[in-house]
Design a protein around this ligand. Structure first.
Ligand SMILES: *[C@@H]1O[C@H](CO)[C@@H](O)[C@H](O)[C@H]1NC(C)=O
Ligand SMILES: *[C@@H]1O[C@H](CO)[C@@H](O)[C@H](O)[C@H]1NC(C)=O
Ligand SMILES: *[C@@H]1O[C@H](CO)[C@@H](O)[C@H](O)[C@H]1NC(C)=O
Ligand SMILES: *[C@@H]1O[C@H](CO)[C@@H](O)[C@H](O)[C@H]1NC(C)=O
Length: 248
């Protein structure tokens, strides 16, 4: 899918006349309806209109980070529904044509990013990782279960059995692969670092590592101390106080 996506994209963005020869593109209205009716693609579409607002309204000359992420999410949606939307036929509709023109600046960025999204090792930001998951209906469902069953985990209390099951199911989703080791870059609308931390430590008993956005493992001494302190406090809290101060 990614190979096809990048092939079609490079072809289309680079040579729109060539694209119109090779692709018998469907009409944008139809494709957008079809995409919006699918849970995953619909979600990616929402991210697209919100995340690419500046590009769509020609308020910027560069591809914004949020637009880049939204496009990647759209391109990774199931059944190529998002890809079809990007390549759809505006049939002369000026708003539609303007929209396409607005995101043309994103071509290079998205093309280079889609490869790193596709390989198994590159660490991406957690926002992008979440969007990639959300663009896939079954990954989105697993994510919703995780959100609703792990409320205790999110406040640092514990990883209940139901929560642990939800995490396990979520992490089995192909489109959640990037979520497992994504990097919190501070742009998230939720407490990304804590959630990553609690999931790793409370559910998987992992030794915690602070990751930079670009994925290099680098712990300064003070970060290391704080991390160790928090980990030992958590351990203490769960294994010592948890027994004597149990609320049940
Ligand atoms: C888009 O649709 C118009 C008819 O509305 C058609 O003439 C044109 O060839 C189509 N373009 C592509 C790329 O399919
Ligand atoms: C969660 O499940 C995994 C196996 O999927 C297991 O290794 C781990 O110990 C469990 N954690 C908790 C806190 O139950
Ligand atoms: C990682 O990013 C930091 C800035 O966030 C930069 O200083 C550092 O050189 C980068 N490292 C690599 C290996 O790209
Ligand atoms: C890690 O960070 C320290 C400063 O905090 C820096 O001196 C060192 O070069 C970094 N190492 C890597 C691999 O980025």
């Amino acid at each position: 899918m990614f190979i096809r996506a990048s092939w079609v994209l490079s072809l289309c963005f680079a040579q729109s006349w060539l694209c119109s020869l090779v692709m018998s593109a469907e009409y944008c209205d139809d494709v957008q309806d079809w995409c919006a009716r699918r849970i995953g693609c619909g979600m990616a579409l929402q991210h697209f209109f919100a995340g690419c607002k500046e590009n769509l309204f020609h308020e910027t000359d560069v591809c914004t980070t949020s637009c880049k992420r939204a496009l990647i999410s759209l391109l990774s949606s199931e059944d190529d529904a998002g890809l079809d939307f990007i390549n759809c036929n505006c049939s002369g509709d000026p708003y539609c044509l303007e929209r396409k023109q607005g995101i043309e600046v994103c071509t290079g960025d998205v093309l280079s990013a889609i490869h790193s999204v596709n390989d198994g090792t590159t660490v991406v930001s957690c926002t992008l990782a979440k969007w990639i998951c959300e663009a896939d209906s079954s990954c989105l469902t697993a994510l919703e279960f995780y959100k609703s069953h792990c409320s205790k985990l999110f406040i640092g209390d514990k990883c209940t059995e139901r929560c642990n099951n939800s995490v396990t199911i979520l992490y089995q989703q192909a489109k959640a692969q990037k979520l497992q080791n994504c990097a919190c870059d501070g742009s998230e609308l939720y407490d990304c670092k804590s959630i990553r931390y609690y999931t790793d430590v409370l559910c998987f008993n992992k030794v915690y590592q602070v990751k930079n956005f670009n994925g290099s493992n680098n712990l300064s001494v003070s970060q290391l101390c704080v991390t160790l302190l928090i980990a030992s406090l958590l351990w203490c809290w769960r294994h010592v106080l948890g027994v004597s101060c149990s609320r049940r």
